[in-house]
Design a binder for this molecule. Structure first.
Ligand code: SIN
Length: 275
């Protein structure tokens, strides 16, 4: 198994293995690479839905997503779909999955099932690289701060998706979410400091209103999404990506109107986060 960095601050491509067979030391090496680089990409995988589920179970627990359509045959798999006649995609803005949960999901295993002829890439941004490159004064300012996260403005009956052509596909619109996390967390496995606020779900800092929080939130968001913290995956048949939600944000590029794109996502169980 060989590891090739995708960009200086983010992402690794792992070659020479089939995920369907990965276990033991190989699986542990994949875990460590994912924690460290934020996202690990694998090409030319033969990975049926059953093998996808079995791999996620070998990694650890599976969190069933509350919002995305599930397949009848495999309820563990959330379908991330844009049909050829839809204009809105899922995950088209920078976000960290499940930061609105008190115990956020560790990450996801995403498999390309239907791809447009061109486009539909996914971007990730590494929050360890983002934290490291903050000025010393900003790091000191963030010390001890916490922030509130929710998904209600996105998925509620009058939320963002309900106003788009994705609204009718989603489930869980009546759910209420909300969690408070440190603004800077330590990665539970590597101990690295990570910036843990994101444009999708972070609403305000504890003890501040949304309006009071916005200037600093926007400054942190603009810094975190700098190109030097990012990497990009161009999907091909057989591509699988595994990412760490604590270490990264991600964004699905919506540049393939008139074509369908369907991905299968399994969300991996995480642990409570601490500063
Ligand atoms: C997501 O999980 O946010 C979607 C990622 C993608 O479709 O590339």
């Amino acid at each position: 198994m060989e590891q090739r960095a995708m960009a200086p601050g983010c992402g690794v491509e792992i070659v020479g293995i089939q995920l369907a067979e990965a276990e033991g030391e190989t699986l542990d090496a994949i875990r460590q690479a994912t924690y460290r680089h934020g996202v690990a990409v694998f090409r030319d995988q033969r990975f049926t839905p059953e093998q996808h589920i079995a791999f996620a179970r070998r990694w650890g627990g599976i969190d069933i997503n509350n919002y995305f359509p599930l397949t009848d045959a495999h309820p563990e798999i959330a379908v991330v779909r844009k049909a050829e006649n839809q204009t809105t995609n899922i995950g088209g803005g920078w976000h960290t999955d499940h930061s609105y949960d008190q115990v956020p999901a560790m990450g996801s295993v995403l498999v390309a099932r239907t791809l447009p002829p061109k486009g539909g890439d996914t971007l990730w941004a590494h929050m360890g690289a983002a934290y490291d490159s903050l000025p010393k004064e900003m790091k000191e300012r963030l010390e001890g701060m916490t922030a509130f996260h929710t998904a209600d403005h996105i998925y509620a009956p009058d939320g963002l998706y309900a106003q788009t052509d994705q609204g009718s596909e989603l489930r869980g619109q009546e759910m209420k979410t909300g969690a408070t996390h440190p603004v800077v967390i330590r990665h539970p496995q590597t101990g690295r400091k990570l910036l843990y606020v994101n444009p999708g779900f972070t609403i305000h800092f504890t003890g501040q209103t949304r309006e009071e929080s916005l200037p600093l939130l926007q400054e942190l968001f603009a810094h975190a999404m700098l190109p030097e913290h990012q990497c990009r995956v161009e999907w091909k048949d057989g591509t699988v990506a595994i990412w760490d939600n604590r270490t990264t944000w991600h964004l699905a590029v919506n540049d393939y109107h008139g074509h369908a794109r369907e991905m299968h996502r399994i969300t991996l169980t995480g642990e409570a986060l601490a500063a």
